[in-house]
Design a protein around this ligand. Sequence first.
Ligand code: HEC
Length: 134
Amino acid sequence: MRWIFILFIAAIALVLVQCDTNPYKQGKVLYEQNCQNCHQEDGHAVRGLIPPLAKSEYLSDPEQVACIIRNGLKGEITVNGEKYNHEMPPNLVLTPTQISNIINYINNSWGNKHPFVSYNKVAESLKACGDEFL
Ligand code: HEC
């Protein structure tokens, strides 16, 4: 009987470990902590104030997105046919790995479907836009 119990505990432990290291899940948690306040849980943001991430044309260029996350963004932009002109603050605490996970999360949520973006690609893009964290 005891080995069944041990097997059961081992199975639960395995599931927990997998949840914790799943990059998509990590991306979701990081999104909730760093982006959701502004861009909202459903990625539709706040009309007229903060642009949506759902179906945003900006996401087709992951290099640019990495730099937007690190350095923030200001000036007039057009997303899904609507103009926005507010300021997104820089984020200096996220690591390149965390930024990759966030990008892969937003790229595959709310109906978005973009190809996987590797850590190397994100690290390269961050370097190109002057990231000093690398
Ligand atoms: C304090 C509010 C705020 C936070 C937090 C924030 N953003 Fe933004 N974000 C904005 C605003 C405002 C703009 C538009 C800037 C402009 O008008 O030039 C923007 C623009 C963007 C854009 C380009 C336009 C679009 O809609 O596709 C992306 C991509 C983006 N943000 C992703 C993120 C991600 C990912 C995070 C979390 C790591 C994040 N933002 C955190 C406010 C925020």
